[in-house]
Design a protein around this ligand. Structure first.
Ligand SMILES: Cc1cc2nc3c(=O)[nH]c(=O)nc-3n(C[C@H](O)[C@H](O)[C@H](O)COP(=O)(O)O)c2cc1C
Length: 352
């Protein structure tokens, strides 16, 4: 049964599931597959070396799906920052009207995109940042709990608290991000007030994700303990897959006498991380993954995954409905509302 939430209505999608931006993963192959399956696929702008390359990727994605898709624009501190206004301009010129923003000081880019009526999903890990983004006029918040892959922030608040806090305090609709992989998670997120979910790691482990099959199998084999928090000391914490290099990076970070980033930099090279996805050697460099690796057990197509999530979520909600009764039903045959312990523990049925 299709869902009808603020997210599905505003974006024109069937399943309230967004595929979050993913560096070196969010190409047209994956984004179009997610959108064709009824979710929102997202291209990652910075996987493209230049704004013109992004234009080509957007055009490619348009040939692969007729459904809505978005672009992720991540604003991270850099000595020489990418030309963000130029990337945003290409997005607008190509008529993509959904953008996931993330990172620091998104104000100018959001202003530029909003002026062109682009729908903004802004991803953040604290309610304070969410409130700042609300002032910038974003349409949705994507609330990223501490479980998530990638930049977890420095507050370490997990989704059970973060989502309820979002429900209590935000006037803008939000989706839940970090730790989701199934329909039970979607149902739980909705119970906490979210209009849908955002998933990253789960989508890495699909047939269409353009990464080496060894890495997908590594995720299937992993447990929820297999992530590592790197760059804590520099207040730029990233949750990465716990491989040999990530463990060495944490050691170098802890043991660095100077406390300078240069001591850790060789271990966290983005170039080597990118190679992991191409050569399938999980220990070649650091790569991003969330704690949800412990819940992922297969490599389905995006279509199979989203159909399964939709069914699991509706089944779960039906099951929850069967867990309570109306006042009129209290005490009638078949439930034990007046004395729940009796049948449950066999009291009254045996002489014990
Ligand atoms: C391989 C990988 C790369 C990612 N790269 C980015 C990125 O460039 N920008 C961004 O905003 N989020 C990035 N993320 C975070 C995801 O968009 C999403 O917020 C996160 O994966 C949610 O947590 P989950 O993995 O538990 O579903 C990345 C995640 C993964 C797994």
């Amino acid at each position: 049964m299709p869902f009808n939430t603020a997210l599905t209505r505003k974006l024109g999608i069937r399943v309230p599931v967004v595929q979050g931006g993913m560096q070196w993963v969010g190409y047209a192959e994956l984004a179009s597959a997610v959108s064709n399956a009824g979710g929102l696929g997202i291209l990652t702008a910075l996987t493209q070396p230049t704004p013109e390359d992004l234009r080509k990727e957007i055009r490619k994605c348009k040939t692969m799906t007729k459904n809505p898709f978005g672009v992720n624009l991540t604003l991270l501190p850099a000595l020489v920052p990418p030309d963000y206004p130029a990337y945003a301009r290409v997005i607008i010129e190509e008529g993509v009207n959904i953008v996931e923003t993330a990172g620091n000081s998104p104000g100018p880019v959001i202003k530029q995109l909003k002026a062109a009526n682009v729908i903004i999903l802004h991803k953040c890990t604290t309610i304070r940042h969410a409130q700042s983004a609300v002032k910038l006029g974003v349409d949705f918040l994507s609330i990223d709990g501490f479980e998530c892959a990638g930049h977890v922030g420095e507050s370490d608040i997990t989704n059970f608290i973060l989502l309820s806090k979002a429900r209590q305090t935000l006037e803008v609709p939000f989706i839940a991000s970090g730790g989701f992989c199934d329909g039970q998670g979607l149902a739980a997120a909705m119970c906490l007030g979210a209009e849908g979910i955002n998933m990253g790691t789960r989508f890495m482990c699909t047939i269409e994700a353009p990464i080496h099959k060894n890495i997908k199998q590594t995720i299937v084999d992993a447990s929820e303990h297999d992530t590592e928090l790197v760059l804590r000391r520099f207040r730029n914490t990233s949750r990465l897959f716990k491989n040999k290099v990530a463990v060495e990076a944490v050691k170098a970070e802890r043991e660095s006498v100077s406390g300078k980033f240069e001591d850790v930099a060789p271990f966290v090279s983005g170039k080597r991380g990118r190679q992991v996805f191409l050569n399938g050697d999980k220990d070649f460099g650091v790569w991003t993954a969330g704690q949800v690796v412990g819940l992922i057990n297969d490599v389905p197509t995006c279509d199979e995954l989203l159909k399964r999530i939709e069914k699991e979520a509706t089944d779960q909600m039906t099951k929850i409905r069967s867990l309570y009764v109306t006042d009129a039903e209290v005490g009638t045959v078949g439930n034990n509302v007046n004395n729940p312990g009796a049948e449950l523990w066999g009291v009254g049925k045996s002489k014990l």
